[in-house]
Structures are given as C-alpha cells and as structure tokens.
Design a protein around this ligand. Structure first.
Ligand code: DON
Length: 331
C-alpha cells in the first residue's frame, strides 16, 4: 500500500506517484516479450511489441503518465463501449436491452459457435463482436459516416477534440476480416441486424479504427468513473443509468474470457482492444486511509503485445500491480 502523503493532489505528490509508476512500467515492460502483437488484421502486426504506456486521470484532473504515452493506436474493441453508449442514448436503454443481452459468454471475442449452439434470442452482450455488430446495425443513419457521427460527437464532447479514423487500419481490417463477415451473415440470417450488412460492417470497421492515446482512454474512463459526468464542466455527457450498465458490462464481459480473472485480481471495470489498449475505470471508494485517486480515476494503457485471450499482456500485469498497491478494487 502506498502511504505517506496527506494531500494527494499537490504537484509534489504527483511527482512522487509518477516515480512509482515509472518503476512499475519499467518492470512490466519486460513482460511484453511473453506476448504477441495481433496479426489477423495485417497492419496491426507492424506495432512495436516492446511499447508500454499508461495514463491515470483523477476527477480533479491530476494525471500520472508513464512510458510510451504519446503513441496513437486504434481503439478496436474499446469502441464497443462507445457504440453501445451511443445506441442507448439514441434508442433508449429498454430498446437496446431487448436486442442485446448483458451476459458473459466465456468464449473468445469473435466466437460464432455460441450463437448457433445456444440458439440465442439476442447476442450475449454488446462487447463481443456479434453483439457489437448488432449494436452498430441499430445506430441511426443510412451511411457508415452518418452512423459514426454520434460516436465521434460523444468522443469529442469528452476529449475536447474530434478523433480521426486511421484509414490504413480500416482498410486492412475491411480487406481481411472474414470472421466478422461470417458473424455478420449469421446475424443477418437470424434477423438480428437492423441495417444493411455491408453498411453495418463498414461502420464497425471504421469505429474500430478510431485513433486514440492513453490519455484519451484515461479521460473517458474518468468520466465513466464519475457516472457519466464531466467533473470539471459539471456536465452530464453520458446518462448515469447508461454509465452504470456499461461499467457492469465492462466488469463482466470487457476482458472477454479473461473477465473473471481480471475481476478477481484487478477488481475494476475494464475493456481491452486487440491493438493493445485497455480502458479501465476505478470508481470512487470509501476507505479509512488516504489513498491515491480515492475519488475515482480513469486509466488508459497501451501495450500491443497480447496474451492468448487478445488482451495486453504487460498492460494487465501493470494494472494488477497498481490496483493492489493503491487498493483500487471495487470489492
Ligand atoms: O473486430 C475485430 O476483430 C477487431 N476490430 C476488434 C477486436 C478486438 O479488439 C478484440 N479485443 N481484444
């Protein structure tokens, strides 16, 4: 447990915490050699396996940054959180929950098997590919750019700038993603899709190719930790009910078939992406002792070397360490 500072918001404290996090990043960077960068989207194979960066942002704006923090990367599956939030805001929570369930699958993120084996009435959850593609089909708009616009608007409202789409990554996935096409055709056949399949997939590949940094993920995570309100502007960006559902989904389904272990050993909601990003949300906690970020924080991690579940190998270990040191667990 980190101890010794009475006021966690002073510059001195920030430097002190940053020194700790620098040490932890250097230590866990060694673990990147145990993972592999994703290659099923060909261009992602060009990422540097040794990169590891983290940004932690508190409600008061205090930000601890360490490692490779300035490298932009594509958001990939973390976009599923944003598309689901957007769809809930457009169509209402009831409409969405009638069409996508909120249950973990225990299967890989791109599994198709459970859809057929279990004869489901709706995809298991919005954070696996089948659920996310269904959610994207529900977004309003006739073209992919129209469907994408409210997601980018939402991000702009949180980040203060409009993120770009990495066209090379988009094209690389569009031209290679046979598995997502197979899932898409299955969803089409079962009647789950609410838009044209090609437009839906085009939108889905574009949303996965939105470029972000660890600071962006930390900021979105911090707003979710604050139940959807931007604390500085005192403005609700995401309805509280939606923010809460999304955090529950991140905890139970956000790390795919490693979600149980992540909840056990780290204990906070998180969502990963195959380019190596993780967005984690540490809600405010009540403790006797002084702890860093006791009012909650958002955490963005980038580490493109992945474990066999498709999650950042060093990123998960780093988060586990920080959660233990700072007692971040919600349990
Ligand atoms: O659909 C895909 O396969 C990718 N665009 C996103 C998958 C992903 O990020 C899974 N995350 N761990």
């Amino acid at each position: 447990m980190v101890q010794g500072a009475a006021n966690w918001n002073t510059e001195q404290t920030q430097e002190w915490l940053e020194n700790y996090v620098d040490d932890w990043v250097s230590f866990y960077r060694k673990h990147t050699t145990e993972g592999k960068v994703a290659s099923y989207i060909p261009i992602l194979a060009e990422a540097n396996r040794d990169h590891l960066g983290i940004s932690i942002m508190g409600k008061d704006g205090m930000t601890i940054r360490s490692g490779d923090v300035d490298i932009p990367f594509t958001i990939q599956s973390i976009s599923k959180v944003l598309s689901f939030i957007t769809a809930c805001m457009e169509r209402g929570v009831g409409y969405m929950l009638d069409r996508v369930d909120v249950e973990p699958t225990g299967e890989a993120f791109n599994s198709i098997m459970h859809l057929e084996m279990k004869q489901v009435k709706k995809p298991f959850n919005p954070l696996i590919n089948a659920g996310a593609i269904t959610v994207t089909s529900i977004l309003q708009g006739k073209t992919s750019d129209q469907k994408l616009k409210p997601i980018l608007n939402l991000m702009e409202a949180m980040l203060g700038y409009r993120p770009a789409i990495n066209v090379d990554v988009y094209e690389s996935e569009r031209d290679s993603s046979m598995r997502n096409r197979a899932i898409g055709y299955y969803l089409l056949e079962t009647g789950f899709l609410e838009s044209d399949l090609n437009i839906t997939l085009e939108t889905y590949f574009k949303q996965c190719s939105i470029e972000v940094t660890v600071d962006d993920l930390a900021r979105i995570g911090m707003i979710l930790a604050n139940d959807g309100e931007d604390p500085k502007a005192e403005k609700e960006i995401i309805p509280r009910q939606v923010a809460r559902i999304v955090k529950a989904l991140m905890l139970t389904c956000g790390m795919y078939d490693a979600s149980g272990k992540f909840a056990t050993y780290v204990g906070i909601p998180a969502k990963s992406g195959v380019s190596g990003g993780i967005m984690a949300v540490a809600p405010p906690r009540v403790r006797e002792e002084e702890l860093p970020f006791i009012e909650g924080c958002g955490i963005g991690v980038y580490g493109p070397a992945l474990d066999n579940k498709g999650n950042s190998i060093a990123g998960i270990r780093l988060l586990r360490h920080i959660a233990k040191q700072w007692d971040l667990s919600i349990f």
